[in-house]
Design a protein around this ligand. Structure first.
Ligand code: PLP
Length: 380
């Protein structure tokens, strides 16, 4: 089955009772057992639910993995991967991860004696230099949120393998349409399904996909034990959204290329980071390991902070909003929104300036998106 067919059809069987093309939602907490000590594969929805399992199998198939485990948010999916570790372990992490991830690592997991080193993983030498005897995990985001840094995934796999590290990869920005990190040696892939996978700003969800049975078993154990499970309805909605993933992603990517080229040529724009632009420092790596460049970018205006704020307050079509990866174009101010909890000094050290603007390019007519930005840039 080709990739596009898998996205539409994989693991989605008509309902055996009625033939309904769209599978039913098993909106239940519990299941009646035929007798003591025997069940029909289900006893309690925190442990297993048919609607959730359908989504889990589906996500595994489109990501090119054996196993999928769904969670109630991207953050609980990330957290579950970190539960593979024990007190005293050290993690090497991309230095430009989503602010919620670094907040979780720095303000919660450090309380449990986990230690983190943040390095620019676009250079594998930085990762090698950060290795310690107690290093147990490599945590990569690529492209990163919001600076769009791209990491060479095969180089990371080599380091992880040589040093016996778990290799986790947050692929929320790329989606399986453009990148399948398991093919490049990652042990587990995480998605915030809130974003492109569900695609319509309709829910919060997350998933972990892996080929490793030991990781899968641990994820299932964490899922049923901690209970950060998505509702059956949210699983069903994710599935509904995901069936058009390939179409949406190709439009997101085409539109983003047009918008990035427009911004790069605009005299009031100081710099644009989009992996599809030849000026992007890792454009060649992105071309090699991705089948497209997705819909995310960030840029900075010549006028710095005041200009950036004025732009974000002036746009009309682009929604000033916290999230990304939905059909509507959304504009974000990382310093005051998605990365507000990253201490100012750390933000600036990471290159995450106060004037930085993040754009999640939607699937509207690209001319309308460009016109909206053009209009707002005139006011700056
Ligand atoms: C790259 C990335 N990973 C993880 C998350 C967390 O996902 P969620 O908001 O679904 O918990 C986000 C949210 O923006 C994100 O951008």
């Amino acid at each position: 089955m080709k990739f596009d067919t898998r996205v539409v059809r994989a693991e989605i069987e008509p309902d055996p009772t009625t033939g309904s093309v769209v599978p039913p939602i098993y909106q239940t907490a519990t299941y009646v057992l035929p007798e003591v000590g025997r069940d029909k594969g289900y006893d309690y929805t925190r442990s297993a639910n048919p609607t959730r399992q359908m989504l889990e199998q589906y996500l595994a198939v489109i990501e090119g993995g054996k196993y999928g485990v769904c969670f109630s948010s991207g953050m609980s999916a990330v957290d579950s991967c970190l539960k593979l570790l024990s007190s005293g372990d050290h993690i090497i992490c991309s230095d430009d991860v989503y602010g919620g991830v670094s907040r979780h690592f720095n303000q919660i997991l450090t309380r449990y004696n986990l230690h983190f080193s943040y390095v620019d993983t676009t250079d594998p030498e930085n990762v090698k230099a950060a290795l310690k005897p107690e290093t147990k995990m490599l945590w990569i985001e690529s492209p990163t949120n919001p600076l769009m840094k791209v990491t060479d995934l095969e180089a990371m796999a080599e380091i992880a393998k040589e040093n016996g590290l778990y290799y986790g990869m947050d692929s929320t920005f790329a989606t399986p349409v453009f990148l399948r990190p398991l093919e490049f040696g990652a042990d587990m892939v995480v998605h915030s399904t809130t974003k492109y996978l569900s695609g319509h700003n309709q829910l919060i969800g997350g998933a972990v996909i892996t080929n490793r049975e030991d990781i899968f078993e641990e994820m299932k154990f964490v899922q049923k034990t901690i209970g950060a499970v998505p509702s059956p309805f949210d699983c069903w909605l994710t599935m509904l959204g995901a069936k058009t993933l390939h179409l949406r992603m190709s439009r997101h990517s085409d539109n983003a290329q047009i918008v990035a080229e427009f911004l790069e040529s605009h005299p009031k724009v100081a710099k644009v980071a989009y992996p599809g632009l030849p000026s992007h420092p890792q454009h060649e790596i992105a071309k090699r390991q991705m089948d497209g460049f997705s819909g995310m970018m960030c840029f900075e205006l010549e006028g710095g902070i005041p200009a950036g704020k004025l732009l974000m307050n002036s746009v009309e079509l682009c929604a000033l909003a916290e999230s990304l990866g939905a059909v509507e174009t959304m504009i974000t101010h990382p310093a005051s929104m998605t990365h507000a909890d990253v201490p100012e000094e750390e933000r600036h050290a990471r290159g995450l300036t106060d004037g930085l603007v993040r754009l999640s390019v939607g699937i509207e007519d690209p001319e309308d998106i460009v016109d909206d930005l053009k209009m707002a840039l005139e006011k700056v």
